[in-house]
Design a binder for this molecule. Structure first.
Ligand SMILES: C[S@@+](CC[C@H](N)C(=O)[O-])C[C@H]1O[C@@H](n2cnc3c(N)ncnc32)[C@H](O)[C@@H]1O
Length: 236
């Protein structure tokens, strides 16, 4: 299937889910796309450089979960890279309080410049590894999310310790979602979460998206997260 999505469709697709983007928000998305392409020439931010694809595979893809689940409160984006999914969500839902935890310093520099340019308040960009950041900030976010950072088992150990009891872990996954879930199910429970829902969507090129919502029902045992070498070598 060829890519039939055009950036002009973005407004209408979002509207079909009951969200009418204002001119300021559309301008913020346009500035975001322009900055992404400009900075991408100096540093590796994205492999997607076609404008229509940026709108579908980065912007729309990032906000898809919010069409099924209400997002509010404090939102931590683990490994946001060039800002996905948290920055598109922040543009659409300005009340969200975002913390980005990203291990690459250059990407933090980009994100800080981006937030300044787009006049986004309450976005805290932290240069750290999630497993280290959890030492001081465990169980402190209403929502912890990530896209394209690690398989679901490893991702669960990086993200779930940061979620408050009663909060949610939102995992944005692709075609291998079911297989990843089967391998991760035990770890997810051990770390204190239960699956609440999963929502499937298909993009215009036929690629599948599966967004998992896990609810934190009990505290994460204190020994997690382990050091990254352990997480990788002995996945839960
Ligand atoms: C493939 S990129 C995905 C970026 C973005 N989430 C997206 O969907 O486009 C993975 C990002 O996760 C970051 N990352 C990997 N492991 C991490 C960790 N343990 N803590 C924080 N960031 C991490 C990497 O530096 C990289 O920017």
């Amino acid at each position: 299937m060829s890519n039939t999505f055009h950036k002009e469709d973005f407004f209408h697709v979002v509207k079909s889910y009951g969200i009418t983007l204002q001119d300021t928000q559309l301008q913020q998305f346009a500035m975001y796309a322009a900055m992404l392409l400009e900075w991408n020439q100096k540093m590796n931010l994205t492999a997607i450089t076609d404008m229509d694809e940026i709108y579908e595979k980065h912007f729309l893809d990032s906000i898809l979960p919010s069409f099924d689940v209400k997002l509010k409160g404090t939102f931590c984006d683990v490994g946001a890279g060039a800002g996905f999914p948290s920055i598109p969500l922040k543009i659409v839902y300005p009340d969200l309080e975002i913390t980005i935890v990203e291990t690459l310093g250059k990407r933090i520099t980009f994100l800080e410049a981006l937030c300044h340019q787009l006049k986004l308040n309450n976005v805290h960009c932290v240069h750290a590894r999630a497993e280290d950041y959890a030492k001081e900030h465990r169980e402190s976010f209403d929502i912890v999310s990530a896209r394209a950072v690690a398989n679901l088992t490893m991702l669960s150990e990086l993200c779930i310790p940061l979620v408050k009891v009663g909060g949610m872990f939102l995992a944005l996954k692709g075609a291998n979602a079911q297989e990843e879930y089967a391998l991760a199910e035990k770890a997810i429970r051990l770390l204190g979460c239960e699956e609440k829902r999963r929502d499937e969507k298909v993009l215009s090129d036929g690629s599948k998206r599966v967004n998992f919502v896990f609810e934190k029902v009990k505290k994460t045992p204190l020994k997690y997260p382990r050091a990254f070498a352990q997480i990788k070598k002995n996945p839960l």
